[in-house]
Design a protein around this ligand. Structure first.
Ligand SMILES: [Zn+2]
Length: 455
């Protein structure tokens, strides 16, 4: 008896996908009418006319297969606030979010987070870097659904004394949070659902917390994640507190390195871009969230030119309305094309790389996921060539980036089929929807009774 790395008991599970169109390797070379052999959790072989005794057969003639997408910055816990903060700036939105935290209970967080995750999964995301303060709950959901994730606790230890108490974020004692993060790693980390380290941002996290979490990342040979340089006010506040701009400050305290990924990064100087590039830090671009909050534009073109690894994230439904990382790629393209006035400044393959290979690299999982290759984990998304977005289908990868309404037909994560014929196999979708709708109604009534949008 064997087990897949996510704990599912199997007896030498073999699946042979026959005659499919596949985009292989880090450069997504298209191969038609080939076979893929999956053994347990990994890709064993890719080639023509493969044979495997006792393998289940999947007829792939009507499909093309890509690596699953990686949403490298995702707050499922904010799903419940979707549509409630339109037109608010970053600080107003954060005030609302902190005020409503007292209303939201764990049942609401659980079922609404499930909606956000499932929405992302249906659009082809197979790995989520999932952040926030409810890591136990998130880890439970991903384990239950058999979905790959990296859960990151993002604490604050600096009190926002400039804010009214009703809208102040919760803060913790530094040592307590470091202990808690390590405890969570020991308790919840496994091969499928990983626990990495992080802090919220330089505005609300002390150097001691940042460096303490980074020491834990080093100790467990894993990665670290945080928000950074998001908006002019954020930069101003960091300047007031530290005397430095956020990335300058991280550079100065020795926090920039290959283990760190930084979300947003809309306020960067040329010098700061060079610090990021030289330290091999990763950037998580969240184009739609940045527009939603008006925090500026991440200089992706300059970062890529400087050799920085850039991946994509949806951020939170509260400031995006969408959990589909696939569509972040087209948003990234539109911004770069508008900024440079050059439609060839970035091409669809660069964008597809940001969704897959670069995402895997940013979370330290590039040896396992991000590309279809012998030996990599079988995190595969099968798309039906009969679906409207793929007709005429001259360029499937560009279709995936630029066409709305692309829906995954079948998904494997770690070799386990989690979606087939557009339906979840590991999850009762209707149960999730029913509970989420009931709790959202209750929550909305409470918000209207107790909170103003401009708190
Ligand atoms: Zn965020």
């Amino acid at each position: 008896m064997k087990r897949t790395s996510n704990g599912v008991k199997i007896m030498n599970y073999k699946l042979l996908i026959k005659n499919i169109t596949v985009f292989v390797g880090e450069n997504f070379k298209r191969l038609d009418d080939v076979d893929i052999l999956i053994e347990n959790d990994s890709i064993k072989k890719i080639g023509k006319n493969l044979k495997a005794a006792q393998a289940k057969i999947f007829d792939g003639r009507d499909f093309f297969v890509t690596p699953g997408f990686i949403n490298a910055h995702f707050h499922p816990g904010q799903q419940i606030n979707r549509g409630l903060c339109l037109g608010l700036n970053q600080d107003e939105e954060m005030d609302f979010l902190h005020a409503t935290e007292k209303i939201k209970d764990s049942e609401m967080s659980y079922w609404l987070s499930a909606v956000a995750i499932l929405e992302g999964l249906k659009s082809g995301t197979t790995c989520f870097q999932s952040v926030g303060s409810e890591i136990e709950l998130q880890a439970r959901l991903y384990n239950q659904f058999k979905i790959r994730a990296i859960c990151v606790l993002m604490p604050k230890d600096i009190v926002a004394t400039d804010k009214k108490i009703t809208v102040r974020a919760r803060t913790w004692e530094t040592e307590e949070r470091l202990r808690r993060a390590e405890e969570m790693r020991q308790k919840y980390h496994n091969d499928l659902v990983r626990v990495h380290f992080g802090v919220t941002n330089v505005r609300y996290a002390s150097d001691k917390l940042i460096l303490g979490m980074q020491a834990l990342a080093e100790k467990y040979d894993t990665y670290f994640h945080m928000h950074a340089a998001e908006g002019k006010l954020y930069v101003k506040k960091v300047l007031e507190r530290t005397g430095d701009r956020p990335i300058e400050h991280l550079h100065k305290i020795g926090a920039l390195n290959h283990r760190i990924s930084l979300a947003h990064m809309t306020q960067l100087t040329t010098k700061e871009i060079s610090y990021v590039a030289k330290s091999h830090s990763h950037v998580i671009h969240c184009p739609r969230s940045n527009s939603y909050l008006g925090v500026g534009v991440c200089p992706v073109y300059d970062l890529l030119k400087a050799g920085v690894n850039v991946a994509l994230g949806t951020d939170a439904a509260i400031n995006n309305n969408s959990n589909e990382v696939r569509s972040e790629a087209s948003a990234a393209f539109h911004k770069i094309s508008d900024q440079t006035g050059n439609p060839a400044a970035i091409n669809y393959l660069d964008l597809f790389k940001m969704l897959t290979v670069s995402g895997a690299k940013a979370v330290g999982l590039d040896k396992q996921i991000g590309a279809i290759k012998k030996g990599k984990r079988a995190d595969l998304v099968l798309w039906s060539k009969n679906d409207f977005p793929f007709i005429p289908g001259h360029n499937y990868l560009a279709d995936l980036i630029f066409n709305d309404s692309c829906r995954a037909h079948t998904i494997f994560i770690n070799g386990v089929k989690v979606l087939a014929n557009y339906k979840f196999l590991t999850i009762n979708e209707q149960e999730v929807k029913t509970a989420a709708k009931r709790l959202s109604k209750k929550y909305y009534q409470l918000v209207n009774q107790k909170i103003s949008r401009h708190t």
